[in-house]
Write a new protein. Sequence first.
Length: 313
Amino acid sequence: MQWAEVTVLTASEAVEAVTAILERYGSNGVVLEDSGDLTRTFVDRYGEIYGLSPEDYPETGVRVKGYIALELWSDELVSQITTDIRDLAHLGIDPGAGHVTHRIADEEEWANEWKKYYHPVRVTDRLTIKPSWEEYEPAAGELIIELDPGMAFGTGTHPTTNLCLKVVESVLREGDTMVDVGCGTAILSIAAAKLGAGAVLALDLDPVAVGVAQENVAMNGVQEVVTVRANDLLKGVEDTYDVVVANILAEIILLMIDSAKQVLKPSGTFITSGIIKDKADTVQNALEQAGFAVQEKIQDGDWVALVAKHAEV
């Protein structure tokens, strides 16, 4: 099968927004080539990337590559995608160069190419992410999240995911319940189950992500704890939870703050990530106006996670 490979050169803060734009036009997966990876320091034992070649990366910014089935593609889409990306500036998101190109690619050419960059990575003291095709011998007490991203965005190596995993590990208590909004590959949900959560609800609007999440949940043997379903943010969620986690764009977090407060238990914790540092104050202010108290702000490079509780607690 052939696909249109659409390549967007953009800024780091616009990666998730560009991904969403490509998904709107039919892309079911993306490959990221981030110039920042060339200067990142990786720990040899658990480093998820080895032997990087500068030829595979842009000089600056991030290349986001999306793949759209040829029956959905027309060359006119290049100008439409370019316009949508430039319009991100109106939302306060820097699109960087915003340069869009495309070519026709065979499925086998791209489907497994990214796997050479993805290896086991120790994210926290207890949690290690292991791709399903890799052999790995865990140390005593090490919890393994086996993951196959498939065609869903999210391998667990992005700073926003790392931030969430670390916060979930520190916040979650044995038997707690959690809802994971925009679950993607379900990595956070699986981590919560491995850490002893009593029940986890994993939600995503993208049916491809839902399918991949269900497969990953089954692969990790936590289907008795984690329920995956298609859902638009927290709409229709009636139960209350000890933890709500949302690793999505700041603009989307702002839309769900009130509903998150409704589904959280009085002593519950709201974890938000996917927030570019320039928007952290906006999200924090909105949380506080809604009656949350931000207890912790954690930063990794340009990305921020906020940990909040009901102000009255």
